[in-house]
Design a protein around this ligand. Sequence first.
Ligand code: SF4
Length: 473
Amino acid sequence: MRESCGVFGIYAPNEDVARLTFFALFALQHRGQESAGIATTDGKRLQVYADMGLVSQVFSEDSLSHLSGDIAIGHTRYSTRGSSRLTNAQPIVVGSGPDSLAIAHNGNIINAEHLYEELSDQGYTFRTSTDTEVIANLILSAPDKDWIDRIRYAMHRLQGAYSLTIMTDHTLFGVRDPLGVRPLCLGTINGGYAIASESCALDHIGANFMREIEPGEIVTITENGVDSYREESKRKGICIFEYIYFARPDSVINGRLLYPARLAMGAGLAEEHRVEADLVMGVPDSATAAGIGYSRQSNIPLCEGLLKNRYVGRTFIEPDQRIRDLGVKLKFNPLPHMLDGKRMVVVDDSIVRGTTTPKVVELLRRAGVKEVHMRICAPPIRYPCFFGVDMATRWELIAAQKTIPEIRDFIGADSLGYLSIDGLIKAVALPKDIFCLACFTGDYPIPVQLEMDKLALETKAAEHRGHLGIKQR
Ligand code: SF4
């Protein structure tokens, strides 16, 4: 499961804004590894540099030195809409002269196709296949000329998830959709301001966290300081997966540091699914804290059973099929001396398609583990996500197709326990009604009927192919 993107913005005269953005994107690399980009403005023109690859691969001293100005925005991308190619890398610049803007987007617009057709009919042209360019052109198409009114106009038309940083010649904007699906926060830095998907990016550049940008809020930053405008937000729908997996454990979302929330998820699993075992481990890195939580709560000793190769990222070197078949072996190496003959509790963040977990179990068994008891922080995922998480179609979600005992057998574990929704909410320690829990419950915070209908058709077609013995792509 992959999340869609990381966004950043900075307004800081007297600072090297491009370089600070580079380091902030470094801290947001976990949110997207396909492409990275930075746009800056010196008050007269917008400049952008973006390329495929990791932040460290995309930028050099030379490329950063050409990005001058007082304002910058940046982006790390994993594509959920629009294919993975250079033209889709962000930030995207649209418009011309003083009527232009640069935009970076995290999320997914549900009614993008409809808006695309409408804007095309009005004569707007598209250089990319992203919903981000739809947002940008929608802002430009607004009847008003004031940027705030234009962004408000777009917010009234957009459905879905969007945390945005936007830059015009003289202004930096931070925008969060009325549900607040994706995080966005504001900080100060040396007399200036910064906006980031996660607070860890502010920490890394020496900025001070001020507050989160609220669902439905537009923040503007100019030479006069910060202003805020609010759109009505009837229901919040913060993605619970930010707490389970997406965001870094050193980030704060909704006033809650993620690390203790993940410790509490592990403790909750130990309460709900206790088992006799010799050792506990969390699958690194996303379930490391939850593994510690399980160990503390159960008094079963913690061990590091799998070592992660932290430098396996996206590279331009395409692995051939034989290398691809190595699967998790490229990522994890077990420690047989620690594991041989042991009964292990293995804590992981989630099971989506069920393709990775059996390989982890097999790796542990080959290292001599006698019993594997899988414990999962996320409740069973039975419904797809329409808000920018590349999960799977319903057809591919293992918990939509199999019972829990069937999944246990499929992954080859001796036992399997999922944290309950109530246990998850207790661990996060925030009110249940502020969250999107749709991938567990099917209760989407906004109507997704059209998308659901499309998926139902796809699922039927996939089932049909299955009956005919045709393999899914
Ligand atoms: S459906 Fe699941 S993954 Fe998608 S936004 Fe809601 S909680 Fe997050």
